[in-house]
Design a protein around this ligand. Structure first.
Ligand SMILES: [Zn+2]
Length: 83
């Protein structure tokens, strides 16, 4: 049977998450997972700060759907769009 996390919020209410197996607290409140939480926050920050990939500036502003190559192989394009 799962038990509820024993952490108390500043307003006095309890955390509503389930406690970890063999622990009194959930992942977010357990002192045992502090290192893992710090590592996850860092990984999230790194992922968010990555620049978005962009096409080169000289890429034509034509959609693939209307290009000559796409019309020539419509079946392949249909596969790309639907899958
Ligand atoms: Zn909790």
């Amino acid at each position: 049977m799962k038990t509820q996390c024993e952490h108390r919020k500043p307003d006095g209410t309890s955390c509503r998450a389930y406690a970890r197996t063999d622990d009194r607290f959930c992942f977010f409140h357990s002192p045992e997972t502090a290192h893992a939480r710090r590592k996850a926050r860092k990984a999230g920050g790194i992922a968010r700060s990555k620049k978005a990939s962009a096409l080169p500036a000289d890429t034509p502003h034509k959609s693939l759907r209307n290009s000559r190559a796409a019309r020539a192989d419509g079946e392949l394009l249909n596969c790309i769009i639907t899958k």
